[in-house]
Design a protein around this ligand. Structure first.
Ligand code: RIB
Ligand code: CA
Length: 315
């Protein structure tokens, strides 16, 4: 029995690989995609999501466009990392087949959670603006979901945008603060996703005779040499794909529960994920954080899936 999943995303090179993984695994049934600002403005991330659904030949999946701006801070995007328009690769221009459905993504999230009451996994792999708005529409959202999985945050490791903050949390700290406070998330943050890279020799072995094969390699290598050096990475961290892999294979991630908050008060703490390890506040645990991952299983699952896709459609 496959798990119904709605993916809220800001494609994004690693988002593209996360979507490919989700779409190609029988363990998951992708019932919807919603888009949010983040790696690029929402007009671009929506175009990219539409192009990806057409590229992957999955135009039957409903796509809903979401928030243009963060709740309280200025929009910040990452085309310098993900490429012009927010993504690399040889994507088709979207057609009317993937026109976004009517209404806002926040409403789409609530309606889908109600439709699949108790069964839906919501995977948020971009800034959390849509999820926070969905919570404001329907405060019972956590009870309607089976699980909320978030790629974001940096609990016990440095941030990738500030010394304390990871990009998705930094992009909309107020949204992250509300979602962490109220929605009992499973947080898959930099503590594990920094190591979500794939073996360089496997990447080099991928056939590149087709737009699909070439695009996958571009997404797998989206960090520049300077960025690899800055973060001390051997190859590019595919952050979002690890969050999805943890849903595909429930034994992949080891998590710990804490009372958690997210900083919103100053430039220093904007987007910082704070875990009360020693229970020094009176807060009850309100979510869990992935601290360990079986990277061998992740890489096996990822490479086996991509090898199959490229063999079937990459020629
Ligand atoms: O910090 C990594 C996260 O920020 C990923 O979701 C990536 O796509 C960017 O959105
Ligand atoms: Ca993302």
């Amino acid at each position: 029995m496959s798990r119904p999943i709605l993916i809220d995303t800001d494609p994004g090179c690693d988002d593209a690989l996360a979507l490919l993984l989700a779409l190609e695994r029988d363990e998951l049934d992708v019932v919807g995609i919603s888009t949010v600002h983040g790696n690029a403005p929402v007009t671009d991330t929506t175009r990219n999501a539409r192009s990806l659904l057409e590229f992957f030949d999955r135009t039957e999946i409903s796509l809903s466009k979401g928030a243009t701006l963060p709740l309280t801070v200025e929009l910040e995007t990452a085309e310098h990392i993900h490429g012009e328009g927010g993504i690399r690769g040889e994507l088709p221009e979207p057609t009317s087949e993937t026109a976004p459905i009517e209404g806002h993504a926040a409403q789409f999230i609530v309606e889908t959670a109600r439709e699949y009451e108790g069964e839906l996994t919501l995977a948020a792999i971009g800034p959390l603006t849509n999820v926070a708005l969905a919570l404001a529409i329907e405060p019972d959202l956590p009870d309607l979901l089976d699980e909320l999985v978030i790629m974001g945050g940096a609990a016990f490791t440095p941030g990738n945008v500030t010394p304390l903050a990871e990009a998705n949390f930094h992009s909309d700290p107020e949204a992250a603060a509300r979602v962490v406070r109220d929605a009992e998330p499973t947080i898959v943050g930099l503590d594990v996703t920094n190591a979500a890279n794939l073996p360089a020799d496997w990447i080099d072995s991928l056939p590149q005779e087709s737009p699909l094969g070439r695009s996958i390699v571009e997404w797998l290598t989206y960090y520049s040499g300077d960025q690899l050096e800055q973060y001390d990475f051997e190859t590019t961290a595919i952050h979002d794909a690890l969050a999805i892999a943890g849903i595909v294979d429930e034994g992949l991630l080891e998590t710990e529960s804490y009372h958690m908050t997210v900083g919103t008060d100053s430039d220093i703490d904007q987007g910082a994920l704070v875990c009360d390890v020693n229970d020094v506040t009176d807060g009850e645990p309100n979510g869990s954080v992935a601290l360990e991952a079986d990277f061998e299983r992740y890489r096996e699952l990822f490479t086996e899936t991509v090898d199959r896709v490229v063999a079937e459609r990459g020629n």
